[in-house]
Design a protein. Structure first.
Length: 339
């Protein structure tokens, strides 16, 4: 394993509080003609997966760490991104796409307009996404992440939980998300309720994951419930809806941001309800009071499928750079989890 001697170099960001660790070099070759194929290869190749494990676990990371390997694109994109977290490899990551847009422009990976908007095109496991990076005088002001098509899957699915039977809506936004109001659970999206939100969100995710709603209709590689979005409805603004959410993803992890692809899932459901129209704005806050701004336009076939193209605006900031190594004699090896 060459990385054992050369180490792994990373650039870390946060997007609305959620970490994102970018690895451009220092991992084994990941085979596959597309990022979707590379994801399957990585899932089944221990030499690659140990790198993910090292970067997610203590003492080099933590259970809620998120990141990606920068890989070759499918065709024609600026680059590809293979997203990962504590429980494996995700098919979508909106906050990561925003961070990658900032990284690509700041690093010069993608030539940019210092007084305009630069499109950074990225192939991910669920398809092609774009980070629109807006600058004034060479300073990045914000990034708008344009997602793959998002759409409602099924509404009011009865789920038996430790808090009783509840109704959950499911939408696809590059990954499958369950969605439920916090009030139905007798909770609020606050830090005081974080432990309870994590527990019930994890419970709902795994209950839905064992049902037929977790199966993607055309691509089994996109199957599986990725997370549970628990939200407070804060009413209407002159521009549209205002909500606060916590997304419990992977295996019981709490997204510190309002969740980029989760915001797209909420937009798909709100559009399907007729509560939001094209041009309306979703103000989407997180459990730590950071914010994304969501908008949508109809996708081809909207009239029958309800599919939309969601745009989610936010910002990412570099937090540091690291060079990680592993001493072969270290008894803790790739690390440990304590959560």
């Amino acid at each position: 394993m060459t990385w054992l001697t050369s180490g792994i170099s990373t650039i870390d960001f946060h997007t609305a509080g959620e970490p994102f660790r970018i690895v451009e070099h220092g991992f084994p070759d990941i085979e596959g003609a597309t990022v979707a194929e590379k994801r399957v290869y990585a899932q089944n190749t221990s030499e690659i997966d140990v790198v993910r494990t090292i970067l997610c676990r203590e003492p080099r990371g933590h259970c809620d760490m998120y990141g990606c390997f920068v890989v070759e694109p499918d065709d024609g994109a600026d680059f590809g991104a293979l997203f990962w977290h504590n429980d494996g490899y995700s098919t979508a990551c909106g906050h990561g796409t925003i961070a990658l847009g900032v990284w690509a422009v700041q690093s010069g990976r993608v030539a940019s307009d210092p007084d305009g908007v630069t499109a950074v095109t990225i192939d991910v496991a669920s398809g092609r996404v774009v980070a629109h990076v807006r600058q004034v005088a060479g300073v990045i002001l914000d990034v708008t992440f344009e997602n793959v098509a998002s759409y409602p899957v099924r509404r009011a699915i009865g789920v038996d939980t430790s808090l009783g039977r509840v109704n959950v809506d499911v939408a696809f936004a590059g990954a499958l998300y369950g969605s439920i109001t916090a009030s139905e659970l007798g909770l609020e999206v606050t830090l005081e309720h974080a432990s309870a939100l994590r527990t019930i969100g994890r419970e709902i995710k795994w209950a839905l994951n064992d049902s037929d709603v977790s199966r993607h209709p055309t691509d089994p590689r996109l199957s599986g419930i990725y997370g549970t979005i628990i939200f407070d409805d804060l009413g209407e603004t002159p521009e549209g809806a205002h909500q606060r959410n916590v997304t419990v993803f992977a295996d019981g992890r709490i997204d510190r941001s309002p969740c980029g692809s989760g915001t797209a899932a909420r937009l798909a459901l709100l559009a399907g309800e007729g509560r939001m129209l094209e041009g309306d704005v979703l103000i989407h806050d997180s459990i730590i009071d950071t914010r994304f701004i969501g908008r949508f336009r109809p996708a081809p076939g909207y009239e029958t499928s309800g599919a939309i193209i969601a745009s989610v605006q936010g910002m990412a900031y570099e937090t540091g750079r690291s060079h990680f190594t592993l001493d072969p004699s270290d008894p803790l090896g790739p690390g440990f989890e304590l959560s």
